[in-house]
Design a protein around this ligand. Structure first.
Ligand SMILES: C[S@@+](CC[C@H](N)C(=O)[O-])C[C@H]1O[C@@H](n2cnc3c(N)ncnc32)[C@H](O)[C@@H]1O
Length: 244
């Protein structure tokens, strides 16, 4: 068995360390030693973009937000699935991930940052959502392991009801939110519903249609006909922390 080799390390804003590791052709990003994303399986990450693009086929120039970059598979699938007129903003918290994507990771997902439609913002996806009312037609969130088993604890707020309201507020009428999760989570689906989404829970295999572990994609859609000035729902009472 070929041993894993550490290619680079980087601090994570707010605490912790990200490492880029390689074993033969395989590459992975780890957070404090735990695997966050690896190149051996990426069909579920790609499916996020495909599902959103299918639902937005009627939009000529969709605006898409992806959080975060990782190994670039969701971004590559978005570049392939959305039309040439699309704008695809990628929010990535750790600057080194972007540096790696312009270097040793670039070939994995076909050099996605070379495409002029891809715009990278070094930022917390939560901050971009809060600062972007009615801006995006699609928001694709794959920043952590799941809404409840988080690798980066401060990501919990983005998966809370308030975080889902913020995601909803950042969507234009008819917008679509897709959230990646390692497993099912009924309480999270309910939080999305409380935030005003029509929710579909989809099992997405690690290796294409039928092979590999089944991950969970939460697909939330909002009404197309929301008149301008309509207030989005806010959480009615404080929710307990999802980390239990
Ligand atoms: C699981 S990886 C994303 C994998 C990606 N979907 C792919 O196809 O390769 C998670 C990424 O989100 C970034 N990240 C974590 N928390 C974030 C946040 N709050 N805002 C933006 N990016 C974040 C991590 O640094 C990492 O690059």
């Amino acid at each position: 068995m070929i041993p894993w080799k550490t290619l680079d390390r980087s601090p994570i804003p707010g605490g912790g360390e990200l490492t880029l590791v390689q074993r033969g052709e395989e590459m992975a990003i780890r957070v404090n030693g735990a695997e966050l994303m690896a190149s051996r399986a990426h069909a579920s990450e790609e499916r996020m973009s495909i599902l959103a693009a299918e639902r937005l086929a009627h939009v000529a120039a969709p605006r898409v937000l992806i959080g975060g970059l990782g190994l670039g598979y969701t971004l590559r699938a978005a570049l392939d699935a959305f039309p040439q007129q699309a704008t695809i903003v990628v929010a990535e918290l750790v600057p080194a991930v972007v540096t790696w994507m312009r270097g040793p990771l670039a070939h994995l997902s076909g050099h996605p940052l070379d495409d002029p439609r891809a715009v990278v913002e070094i930022a917390d996806a939560a901050a971009i959502l809060r600062a972007s009312p009615r801006t995006f037609d699609a928001v694709l969130l794959d920043i952590d392991n799941s809404p409840t088993t988080l690798i980066r604890e401060s990501n919990a707020s983005l998966y809370s009801t308030a975080g889902m309201v913020s995601a909803r507020s950042a969507l234009a009428p008819g917008g679509v939110l897709v959230v990646w999760s390692a497993g099912p989570d009924d309480r999270f689906a309910q939080r999305m519903q409380r935030a005003g989404f029509r929710v579909e829970v989809i099992r997405a295999r690690a290796h294409g249609e039928r092979r590999g572990h089944a991950y969970t994609l939460f697909v939330g859609e909002i009404e197309r006909s929301l008149p301008r000035g309509t207030a989005v729902p806010s959480p009615t009472r404080p929710r307990p922390s999802p980390r239990k």
